[in-house]
Design a protein. Structure first.
Length: 334
C-alpha cells in the first residue's frame, strides 16, 4: 500500500504545473472553476506512468514533468467533457464541474483547458512529436466517447443517436471502444515518457505496448468497479443508470443469463429512466453470474501481456515501480 501511495504522490508532482498553466490568462473569478477539476483529486496514474517511463528509459524525472502534466491535463479535460455529456453529478466523491458551476461554465472550462494544453506542449521536450502525440490521443479519446454514447440503449433522443445506436455489442467491439476511450491515452502517457528521455524507437515501442495493455485493463477494472465497487466516489451502477451496454460486466453477464433474465436486464437498460428498483434488480441479475470473475481474468491477461513488454528492460527502481503500478491497476478498489 505504501508503494502505491508513493506512486500516486509521484503523479501529483504535476499538479502545480497544471494549475499554473490553467491560471495563465484567466480572469480571477473564472479561476476557481478551472481549478475545481484538478483540486478534486484523482490517482494521477497517467502522470506517474509518464515520469516512470522517462526514468526507465534513462531520463530524469524532472525532464518528464511537463509531458506528464500534458497527459494528465488531457485526461482531466476529457473528464470535464465526459461529465457534461453524461450529466455526471459526482466524480471522485465530489460535485463535478458542471454540477457545481453549470454546464455552460464547464464547457468554457473545457475550452480553456484545450488552449492550456497547447501552451504546455510548446514547453515540452520534443514539442513537435509531443504535439502529434497529444493530437492523436485527443482524437482517439473523442472517437471512444462517440462509440460509448452509441452503445447506450436509451436516454438520448437525438435523431442521429437513435439512428446509429448499437443494439448488439460484441466483445471485440467493446475492446475497440475502450482501446480508444481509455487505452490510447495511457499508451500515450508511456510514449511521452520515452520521448522525454530521448529513448530509442524500440524502447518507445515497448513502452507503448505496455501502456496499451494496462490501459485496456484499467477500463475493464473501471467497469467492474462501476457494478461491484463501493469505494469509487461515484454512484454504484452508474453505467446502468446511464443505459450503457458498453460495460464488460454487463456484456459478460448477458452471455450467461437465460433468455428471460437477459430480456429483463436489456429492458431495464432500455427504459427512458432507470429507477432505484430497476437498478437493484439489474445489479442482482449481474451478480448471480460469474461476470466479475471472468472480467478480472480478462483484465489480468492484459496486465500480464503489458508487463511482458518491459521485462527485458534493465532492472531499475523505475522498472519495478511500473510493474507495481500495473498490479495496482488490476487490484485497486477505487
Amino acid at each position: 500500500m505504501k508503494e502505491i501511495e508513493s506512486l500516486i504522490s509521484l503523479g501529483r508532482m504535476v499538479d502545480p504545473i497544471m494549475l499554473d498553466y490553467i491560471e495563465k490568462g484567466a480572469e480571477p473569478r473564472f479561476i476557481p472553476i478551472l481549478k475545481h477539476q484538478i483540486l478534486a483529486g484523482g490517482k494521477r496514474v497517467r502522470a506517474a506512468l509518464t515520469i516512470l517511463s522517462c526514468e526507465v528509459s534513462g531520463g530524469e524525472a524532472s525532464t518528464a514533468l511537463k509531458p506528464a502534466a500534458l497527459i494528465e491535463l488531457i485526461h482531466n479535460y476529457s473528464l470535464i467533457m465526459d461529465d457534461i455529456i453524461d450529466h455526471g453529478k459526482l466524480r471522485r466523491g465530489k460535485p463535478t464541474v458542471r454540477a457545481k458551476y453549470s454546464d455552460a461554465m464547464a464547457i468554457l472550462a473545457g475550452m480553456f483547458y484545450r488552449e492550456a494544453l497547447d501552451e504546455i506542449v510548446e514547453d515540452c521536450p520534443k514539442p513537435f512529436e509531443m504535439r502529434k502525440l497529444m493530437r492523436n490521443a485527443i482524437k482517439e479519446t473523442i472517437e471512444g466517447e462517440r462509440l460509448d454514447i452509441l452503445f447506450e440503449q436509451a436516454g438520448r433522443e437525438e435523431e442521429y443517436i437513435k439512428k446509429h445506436r448499437y443494439k448488439n455489442i460484441s466483445l471485440n467491439l467493446y475492446f475497440k471502444m475502450i482501446s480508444k476511450k481509455t487505452a490510447a491515452l495511457i499508451k500515450s502517457a508511456c510514449i511521452a515518457g520515452g520521448l522525454a528521455a530521448n529513448a530509442p524507437n524500440e524502447l518507445i515501442e515497448a513502452l507503448g505496448v505496455f501502456g496499451w495493455n494496462i490501459g485496456l485493463a484499467f477500463q475493464v477494472v473501471d467497469d467492474i468497479l462501476d457494478i461491484y465497487g463501493e469505494k469509487t466516489g461515484k454512484e454504484r451502477g452508474k453505467d446502468i443508470i446511464e443505459h450503457k451496454l458498453g460495460n464488460i460486466a454487463i456484456l459478460l453477464s448477458l452471455k450467461e443469463l437465460n433468455s428471460k433474465e437477459k430480456s429483463q436486464l436489456l429492458n431495464i437498460l432500455r427504459k427512458p429512466k432507470v429507477s432505484k428498483i430497476d437498478l437493484n434488480k439489474a445489479l442482482k441479475l449481474i451478480e448471480k453470474t460469474k461476470a466479475r470473475e471472468k472480467a478480472y481474468n480478462i483484465g489480468r491477461k492484459f496486465i500480464e501481456e503489458g508487463k511482458k513488454a518491459i521485462l527485458n528492460f534493465q532492472d531499475s527502481e523505475a522498472k519495478f515501480k511500473l510493474l507495481d503500478l500495473a498490479d495496482f491497476i488490476l487490484n485497486r478498489a477505487y
